[in-house]
Design a protein around this ligand. Sequence first.
Ligand code: OMP
Length: 289
Amino acid sequence: MIIDRLFNEVEKNGNVCVGLDSHLDYIPVNLKEKYQDIDEVLFKYNKEIIDKTCDLVPVYKLQIAYYEAYGIKGLLGYKKTIEYLRSIKKITIGDIKRGDISSTAEMYAKAHFEGEFEVDFITLNPYLGFDTLTPFLKYIESGEKGVFVLLRTSNPGAKDIQYLKVSPKDEYLYYIVGDKLNEIGTKYRGSCGYSSIGAVVGGTHVDEAKEIRNRYKNMFFLIPGYGHQGATGKDVSLYLNNGNGGVINSSRGIITAYKNYEDGNQRFADYARKAVLEMREDIQSESGV
Ligand SMILES: O=C(O)c1cc(=O)[nH]c(=O)n1[C@@H]1O[C@H](COP(=O)(O)O)[C@@H](O)[C@H]1O
Protein backbone atom coordinates (compact mmCIF):
# COMPACT_ATOMS: atom_id res chain seq x y z
CA MET A 1 0.00 0.00 0.00
CA ILE A 2 1.09 3.55 -0.68
CA ILE A 3 1.06 4.34 3.04
CA ASP A 4 3.55 1.52 3.68
CA ARG A 5 5.80 3.00 1.01
CA LEU A 6 5.60 6.40 2.68
CA PHE A 7 6.19 4.89 6.13
CA ASN A 8 9.30 3.06 4.85
CA GLU A 9 10.59 6.18 3.12
CA VAL A 10 10.26 8.10 6.39
CA GLU A 11 12.17 5.35 8.22
CA LYS A 12 14.95 5.71 5.66
CA ASN A 13 15.00 9.43 4.93
CA GLY A 14 13.31 11.29 7.79
CA ASN A 15 10.18 13.43 7.83
CA VAL A 16 10.82 16.43 5.61
CA CYS A 17 8.31 17.03 2.84
CA VAL A 18 9.67 19.56 0.35
CA GLY A 19 6.91 21.91 -0.75
CA LEU A 20 7.41 22.92 -4.37
CA ASP A 21 5.27 26.05 -4.20
CA SER A 22 7.20 27.53 -7.08
CA HIS A 23 6.07 31.14 -7.40
CA LEU A 24 7.95 32.87 -10.24
CA ASP A 25 9.06 35.55 -7.77
CA TYR A 26 10.95 32.83 -5.88
CA ILE A 27 12.95 31.76 -8.93
CA PRO A 28 16.39 33.32 -9.48
CA VAL A 29 16.56 35.82 -12.36
CA ASN A 30 19.38 33.98 -14.14
CA LEU A 31 17.24 30.85 -14.41
CA LYS A 32 14.24 32.83 -15.65
CA GLU A 33 16.42 34.44 -18.33
CA LYS A 34 17.77 31.11 -19.50
CA TYR A 35 14.42 29.57 -20.46
CA GLN A 36 11.71 31.22 -22.53
CA ASP A 37 8.69 29.19 -21.50
CA ILE A 38 7.17 29.27 -18.03
CA ASP A 39 6.79 25.48 -17.95
CA GLU A 40 10.51 25.05 -18.52
CA VAL A 41 11.41 27.69 -15.91
CA LEU A 42 9.19 26.02 -13.32
CA PHE A 43 10.38 22.53 -14.20
CA LYS A 44 14.11 23.35 -14.29
CA TYR A 45 13.87 25.15 -10.93
CA ASN A 46 12.00 22.23 -9.38
CA LYS A 47 14.29 19.63 -10.95
CA GLU A 48 17.45 21.24 -9.58
CA ILE A 49 15.93 21.33 -6.10
CA ILE A 50 14.69 17.74 -6.42
CA ASP A 51 18.08 16.48 -7.64
CA LYS A 52 19.81 18.11 -4.65
CA THR A 53 17.36 16.89 -2.03
CA CYS A 54 15.95 13.53 -3.16
CA ASP A 55 18.37 11.47 -1.08
CA LEU A 56 17.27 13.34 2.07
CA VAL A 57 13.48 13.34 1.92
CA PRO A 58 10.60 10.87 1.65
CA VAL A 59 8.12 12.96 -0.34
CA TYR A 60 7.42 16.14 -2.31
CA LYS A 61 4.25 18.22 -2.23
CA LEU A 62 3.17 20.49 -5.06
CA GLN A 63 0.52 23.07 -4.21
CA ILE A 64 -1.31 23.26 -7.51
CA ALA A 65 -2.30 26.96 -7.20
CA TYR A 66 1.31 27.96 -7.90
CA TYR A 67 1.00 26.27 -11.30
CA GLU A 68 -2.63 27.06 -12.13
CA ALA A 69 -1.82 30.72 -11.61
CA TYR A 70 0.39 30.59 -14.75
CA GLY A 71 -2.28 29.03 -16.94
CA ILE A 72 -1.69 26.12 -19.34
CA LYS A 73 2.08 26.56 -19.27
CA GLY A 74 2.04 26.55 -15.49
CA LEU A 75 0.12 23.29 -15.44
CA LEU A 76 2.59 21.87 -17.93
CA GLY A 77 5.31 22.70 -15.40
CA TYR A 78 3.27 20.84 -12.77
CA LYS A 79 2.86 17.82 -15.05
CA LYS A 80 6.56 17.70 -15.96
CA THR A 81 7.57 17.92 -12.29
CA ILE A 82 5.29 15.14 -11.06
CA GLU A 83 6.29 12.95 -14.02
CA TYR A 84 9.93 13.48 -13.16
CA LEU A 85 9.36 12.69 -9.48
CA ARG A 86 7.49 9.53 -10.37
CA SER A 87 10.23 8.51 -12.82
CA ILE A 88 12.82 8.64 -10.02
CA LYS A 89 10.41 6.78 -7.69
CA LYS A 90 9.77 9.62 -5.28
CA ILE A 91 6.35 9.88 -3.64
CA THR A 92 4.20 12.85 -4.71
CA ILE A 93 1.46 14.77 -2.95
CA GLY A 94 -0.78 16.90 -5.16
CA ASP A 95 -2.00 19.60 -2.80
CA ILE A 96 -5.33 20.30 -4.51
CA LYS A 97 -7.65 20.63 -1.46
CA ARG A 98 -10.73 19.59 -3.38
CA GLY A 99 -14.17 18.75 -1.99
CA ASP A 100 -17.43 18.71 -3.95
CA ILE A 101 -20.61 16.72 -4.59
CA SER A 102 -19.87 13.15 -5.57
CA SER A 103 -20.39 13.45 -9.36
CA THR A 104 -17.84 16.27 -9.46
CA ALA A 105 -15.55 14.60 -6.94
CA GLU A 106 -15.45 11.60 -9.26
CA MET A 107 -13.91 13.82 -11.91
CA TYR A 108 -11.43 15.29 -9.41
CA ALA A 109 -10.37 11.74 -8.56
CA LYS A 110 -9.93 10.89 -12.23
CA ALA A 111 -8.02 14.13 -12.82
CA HIS A 112 -5.46 13.57 -10.07
CA PHE A 113 -5.25 9.81 -9.64
CA GLU A 114 -5.11 9.06 -13.38
CA GLY A 115 -3.77 10.69 -16.51
CA GLU A 116 -1.48 13.67 -16.90
CA PHE A 117 -1.69 14.94 -13.32
CA GLU A 118 -1.43 11.55 -11.61
CA VAL A 119 0.08 11.70 -8.12
CA ASP A 120 0.30 9.27 -5.21
CA PHE A 121 -1.56 11.35 -2.61
CA ILE A 122 -3.89 14.30 -2.84
CA THR A 123 -5.22 16.69 -0.22
CA LEU A 124 -9.00 16.93 0.26
CA ASN A 125 -11.31 19.34 2.06
CA PRO A 126 -14.06 17.43 3.92
CA TYR A 127 -16.04 20.40 5.14
CA LEU A 128 -18.67 19.92 2.37
CA GLY A 129 -19.48 16.54 3.95
CA PHE A 130 -18.15 13.01 4.07
CA ASP A 131 -20.01 11.91 0.90
CA THR A 132 -17.47 14.02 -1.01
CA LEU A 133 -14.79 11.47 -0.07
CA THR A 134 -16.59 8.41 -1.50
CA PRO A 135 -15.41 8.72 -5.13
CA PHE A 136 -11.78 8.57 -3.98
CA LEU A 137 -12.18 5.31 -2.06
CA LYS A 138 -11.92 2.96 -5.02
CA TYR A 139 -8.46 4.37 -5.78
CA ILE A 140 -7.43 4.01 -2.15
CA GLU A 141 -8.76 0.46 -2.14
CA SER A 142 -6.43 -0.39 -5.04
CA GLY A 143 -3.58 0.17 -2.57
CA GLU A 144 -1.82 2.60 -4.89
CA LYS A 145 -3.31 5.90 -3.79
CA GLY A 146 -3.86 7.82 -0.58
CA VAL A 147 -5.37 11.08 0.67
CA PHE A 148 -4.64 13.66 3.32
CA VAL A 149 -7.89 15.19 4.48
CA LEU A 150 -7.95 18.57 6.22
CA LEU A 151 -8.56 18.03 9.90
CA ARG A 152 -7.18 21.08 11.71
CA THR A 153 -5.31 23.56 9.52
CA SER A 154 -2.24 25.73 10.24
CA ASN A 155 -3.71 29.18 9.52
CA PRO A 156 -4.98 31.55 12.23
CA GLY A 157 -8.50 31.28 10.72
CA ALA A 158 -8.59 27.59 11.66
CA LYS A 159 -10.20 28.90 14.85
CA ASP A 160 -13.16 30.47 12.99
CA ILE A 161 -14.88 27.20 12.08
CA GLN A 162 -12.76 24.17 12.98
CA TYR A 163 -12.67 25.11 16.67
CA LEU A 164 -16.42 25.62 17.07
CA LYS A 165 -17.73 23.48 19.90
CA VAL A 166 -20.42 21.11 18.72
CA SER A 167 -22.86 18.72 20.35
CA PRO A 168 -23.36 15.99 21.49
CA LYS A 169 -20.06 16.02 23.41
CA ASP A 170 -19.35 19.74 23.15
CA GLU A 171 -16.08 19.01 21.36
CA TYR A 172 -14.23 20.93 18.67
CA LEU A 173 -15.70 20.40 15.22
CA TYR A 174 -12.42 19.05 13.91
CA TYR A 175 -12.72 16.05 16.24
CA ILE A 176 -16.00 15.13 14.50
CA VAL A 177 -14.06 15.20 11.23
CA GLY A 178 -11.15 13.25 12.72
CA ASP A 179 -13.35 10.56 14.28
CA LYS A 180 -15.16 9.98 11.01
CA LEU A 181 -11.91 9.84 9.01
CA ASN A 182 -10.50 7.41 11.54
CA GLU A 183 -13.57 5.21 11.12
CA ILE A 184 -13.48 5.30 7.29
CA GLY A 185 -9.71 4.78 7.33
CA THR A 186 -9.80 1.53 9.32
CA LYS A 187 -10.50 -0.38 6.13
CA TYR A 188 -7.41 1.00 4.40
CA ARG A 189 -4.67 0.30 6.94
CA GLY A 190 -1.33 -0.93 5.68
CA SER A 191 1.06 -3.33 7.37
CA CYS A 192 2.79 -0.32 8.98
CA GLY A 193 -0.41 0.21 11.01
CA TYR A 194 -1.33 3.54 9.42
CA SER A 195 -4.21 4.15 7.04
CA SER A 196 -3.93 5.45 3.48
CA ILE A 197 -6.55 7.97 4.62
CA GLY A 198 -4.36 10.46 6.43
CA ALA A 199 -5.06 13.89 7.84
CA VAL A 200 -3.65 17.39 7.53
CA VAL A 201 -2.80 18.80 10.94
CA GLY A 202 -1.13 22.20 11.10
CA GLY A 203 2.00 22.27 13.24
CA THR A 204 1.40 25.86 14.31
CA HIS A 205 -1.18 24.98 16.96
CA VAL A 206 0.23 22.77 19.70
CA ASP A 207 -2.21 22.91 22.62
CA GLU A 208 -4.11 19.82 21.48
CA ALA A 209 -1.19 18.11 19.72
CA LYS A 210 -0.86 15.27 22.22
CA GLU A 211 -4.59 14.65 22.28
CA ILE A 212 -4.78 14.58 18.48
CA ARG A 213 -1.81 12.20 18.23
CA ASN A 214 -3.22 9.86 20.90
CA ARG A 215 -6.76 9.90 19.60
CA TYR A 216 -5.74 9.05 16.04
CA LYS A 217 -3.00 6.49 16.55
CA ASN A 218 -3.46 4.88 13.13
CA MET A 219 -3.63 8.10 11.19
CA PHE A 220 -0.64 9.36 9.27
CA PHE A 221 -0.35 13.16 9.35
CA LEU A 222 0.70 15.74 6.78
CA ILE A 223 1.95 18.55 9.01
CA PRO A 224 2.41 21.98 7.38
CA GLY A 225 3.46 25.20 9.09
CA TYR A 226 7.15 24.60 9.79
CA GLY A 227 9.44 27.59 9.24
CA HIS A 228 7.67 30.48 7.57
CA GLN A 229 4.43 30.01 9.50
CA GLY A 230 6.32 29.72 12.77
CA ALA A 231 6.13 26.04 13.78
CA THR A 232 9.39 24.65 15.21
CA GLY A 233 10.90 21.16 15.33
CA LYS A 234 9.67 20.89 18.90
CA ASP A 235 6.10 21.78 17.88
CA VAL A 236 5.83 19.43 14.93
CA SER A 237 7.48 16.47 16.65
CA LEU A 238 4.48 16.38 19.03
CA TYR A 239 2.50 15.03 16.09
CA LEU A 240 4.89 12.14 15.40
CA ASN A 241 5.05 8.61 16.79
CA ASN A 242 8.60 7.37 17.42
CA GLY A 243 9.78 9.62 14.62
CA ASN A 244 7.26 8.28 12.10
CA GLY A 245 3.52 8.67 11.52
CA GLY A 246 3.85 12.03 9.82
CA VAL A 247 5.66 14.15 7.27
CA ILE A 248 6.40 17.81 7.85
CA ASN A 249 6.06 20.20 4.97
CA SER A 250 8.11 23.29 4.43
CA SER A 251 7.81 25.21 1.18
CA ARG A 252 9.19 28.76 1.33
CA GLY A 253 11.63 27.80 4.09
CA ILE A 254 13.36 25.43 1.69
CA ILE A 255 12.86 26.72 -1.83
CA THR A 256 13.66 30.35 -1.03
CA ALA A 257 16.41 29.64 1.51
CA TYR A 258 18.97 30.81 -1.07
CA LYS A 259 17.75 34.40 -0.74
CA ASN A 260 19.70 34.73 2.53
CA TYR A 261 23.05 34.22 0.80
CA GLU A 262 25.10 36.47 -1.46
CA ASP A 263 25.85 33.67 -3.91
CA GLY A 264 22.29 32.31 -3.57
CA ASN A 265 21.17 32.97 -7.16
CA GLN A 266 23.81 30.61 -8.53
CA ARG A 267 23.48 28.04 -5.76
CA PHE A 268 19.76 28.00 -4.92
CA ALA A 269 19.56 24.21 -4.95
CA ASP A 270 22.59 23.85 -2.63
CA TYR A 271 20.88 26.13 -0.12
CA ALA A 272 17.64 24.17 -0.44
CA ARG A 273 19.66 21.07 0.48
CA LYS A 274 21.21 22.89 3.44
CA ALA A 275 17.75 23.98 4.65
CA VAL A 276 16.45 20.40 4.37
CA LEU A 277 19.41 19.03 6.32
CA GLU A 278 18.94 21.58 9.09
CA MET A 279 15.20 20.96 9.26
CA ARG A 280 15.67 17.20 9.32
CA GLU A 281 18.18 17.46 12.16
CA ASP A 282 15.93 19.85 14.08
CA ILE A 283 12.98 17.42 13.86
CA GLN A 284 15.07 14.35 14.62
CA SER A 285 16.67 15.90 17.68
CA GLU A 286 13.27 16.95 19.03
CA SER A 287 11.54 13.65 18.30
CA GLY A 288 14.29 11.72 20.02
CA VAL A 289 15.17 9.33 17.18
O1 OMP B 1 -2.73 21.13 2.99
C1 OMP B 1 -1.70 21.79 3.14
O2 OMP B 1 -0.65 21.38 2.68
C2 OMP B 1 -1.74 22.95 4.03
C3 OMP B 1 -2.66 22.90 5.06
C4 OMP B 1 -2.57 23.84 6.10
O3 OMP B 1 -3.27 23.76 7.08
N1 OMP B 1 -1.64 24.81 6.00
C5 OMP B 1 -0.77 24.92 4.94
O4 OMP B 1 0.08 25.81 4.97
N2 OMP B 1 -0.85 24.03 3.91
C6 OMP B 1 0.04 24.16 2.72
O5 OMP B 1 1.39 23.96 3.13
C7 OMP B 1 2.26 24.87 2.45
C8 OMP B 1 2.95 25.76 3.46
O6 OMP B 1 3.89 26.58 2.84
P1 OMP B 1 5.04 27.36 3.66
O7 OMP B 1 4.34 28.16 4.70
O8 OMP B 1 5.71 28.19 2.61
O9 OMP B 1 5.95 26.31 4.24
C9 OMP B 1 1.40 25.59 1.44
O10 OMP B 1 1.43 24.85 0.22
C10 OMP B 1 0.00 25.53 2.04
O11 OMP B 1 -1.00 25.58 1.05
